[in-house]
Design a protein around this ligand. Structure first.
Ligand code: URP
Ligand code: ZN
Ligand code: ZN
Length: 464
């Protein structure tokens, strides 16, 4: 017997507007969105009066159980997706890190062996490229055929790629229906500044920021865009956090190049001042939070449409691991938790009037689905799509505390943030996974979502 649910009396939010409508679901799919749908006796009716009905967020950027910084990120696929569900996120993209000498399909299989038994909501992968020597480059298309058409190169860290490899992967990706993402920071400059501050015995967490200031990211953003233009390939810049990069993205898009940028809530809320706090080490991530000018530029770019997505870069570490670098910023594992905070924070900003609810849906769900080839099943409250639904209470007041979070981390950089409105329920393919502060999902119920090949030729996402 099929499971029928009717979300009744709420206001549905899409990327282009909001309207009163009921939403009917049968099993895993939305079957109708219309005014005054009459409940049939076999339907479970969810009273949504006074509530918003939103598509579940799709977090385009998480690092779950990732070996990094001398340890492994704290949340695995179970606790990370549990935390996601409790913040209204119903799909996460995780970075599957290729090993040297490993084919891309083997990387996907290796990570999916963990994710498929642990995930509580749906997931997909981007492939983080380390090694494209010899035949390995050509295994990218095998990954595209498996439903993983997005790749990422790092310009920093000990596994970062050269500009030559970056160009080669860009050039190849455009031929095979793939999209390349990039972590853009200038590695040489990071090393130069780091060595300089260490030699001057300036090693507290403030110098994490000072060794990766605005110009370090800005130069790499500009170079990455130039390489993409030269290769004639689309590019997705992850976790954009600086004004120079924003200006370069805007200019390239104005010229008609398919350049897309993602930013993260931490860059919208915090500035580099956090690195002066006693708990500064907890905020250490790369790129670091920047100054107010960059923060304003990011908000302006969101309003103009030059930033296409908001994602978390969720990569949590325990307090004791962060403490390794109290006196030497080089030893702090880079990354912060955020998967449970993104949608509530962005929606709260909408509720406070900074942007519209539609814009939040566009940034956190619809555009992510469009860019990464998931629009066939995710990213909107629409008949035929998966019943990934958030019932949002705009009246609830919520103060973020780590105690109220559902991940495995022992602290949150969002501690004390005051939110106006909060998700009341999260549904993942028709299953209730979160209600009134409690996680109700199950390990292993999330499934791998195959993405379609990606062919982005212009910055315009309207026809996807
Ligand atoms: O600090 C961060 N962002 N850690 C995760 C890895 C990355 O650079 O995205
Ligand atoms: Zn990164
Ligand atoms: Zn990341």
């Amino acid at each position: 017997m099929s499971n029928k649910i009717l979300f009744k009396g709420g206001k549905v939010v899409t990327d282009s507007g909001a309207f009163k409508a009921d939403v009917a679901v049968t099993d895993e799919k939305i079957t109708a969105v219309a005014t005054a749908i009459k409940p049939s006796p076999d339907m479970q009716v969810i009273d949504c009066r006074g509530k918003l009905i939103l598509p579940g967020a799709i977090d385009a950027h998480t690092h779950l159980a990732m070996p990094f910084g001398g340890t492994i990120s704290t949340d695995d696929y179970e606790t990370g997706t549990r935390s996601a569900a409790c913040g209204g996120t119903t799909t996460v993209f995780d970075f599957a890190m290729q090993d040297f000498d490993e084919t891309f399909p083997d990387t996907v299989k290796r990570r999916d062996a963990l994710a498929s038994v642990q995930a509580t909501v749906d997931y997909s992968f981007h492939l983080a490229v380390k090694d494209v020597k010899g035949k390995l480059l050509y295994t990218m298309e095998d990954a595209v055929k498996m439903g993983v058409p997005s790749f990422k190169v790092f310009m920093v860290y000990d596994f970062g790629v050269t500009d030559g490899v970056f160009y080669e992967v860009l050039d190849h990706s455009k031929r095979i229906g793939a999209l390349l993402g990039v972590h853009a920071e200038n590695n040489e400059l990071v090393n130069y500044f780091t060595n300089k501050f260490v030699s001057e015995k300036k090693m507290d967490p403030w110098y994490h920021y000072m060794s990766r200031p605005e110009k370090v990211e800005g130069e790499a953003d500009v170079r990455a865009i130039n390489l993409a233009k030269a290769a004639g390939a689309p590019l997705y810049i992850v976790h954009l956090a600086d004004k120079q990069g924003v200006d370069a993205v805007t200019a390239a898009r104005d010229e008609g190049f398919p350049i897309f940028a993602e930013t993260c809530p931490q860059y919208l809320y915090f500035t580099s001042d956090v690195y002066k706090r006693p708990d500064a080490r907890n905020f250490v991530c790369s790129p670091p939070m920047k100054g107010k000018e960059s923060q304003n530029a990011i908000w302006d770019a969101i309003a103009r449409g030059d930033i296409s997505t908001v994602a978390t870069d969720h990569c949590p570490f325990l307090q004791k691991e962060k403490d390794w670098g109290k006196k030497d910023f080089r030893l702090i594992p880079n990354g912060c938790a955020g998967v449970e905070n993104m949608y509530p924070y962005m929606l709260s900003e909408a509720n406070k009037g900074r942007l519209s609810f539609s814009k939040v849906v566009e940034l956190c769900s619809t555009n992510v689905a469009k860019i990464f080839g998931l629009s066939y099943c995710k990213g909107a409250i629409e008949a035929g799509r998966d019943a990934d639904i958030v019932v949002y209470d705009p009246k609830k007041r919520f103060t973020v505390t780590n105690k109220a979070m559902h991940g495995a981390t022992d602290h949150t950089i969002w501690e004390g943030a005051e939110l106006k409105g909060y998700p009341e329920q999260t549904w993942s393919r028709g299953r209730l996974v979160f209600k009134d502060g409690k996680f109700l999902g199950k390990k292993g119920e999330g499934k791998f979502i195959a993405c379609k090949p990606i062919h982005l030729k212009t910055p315009d996402l309207n026809n996807i």
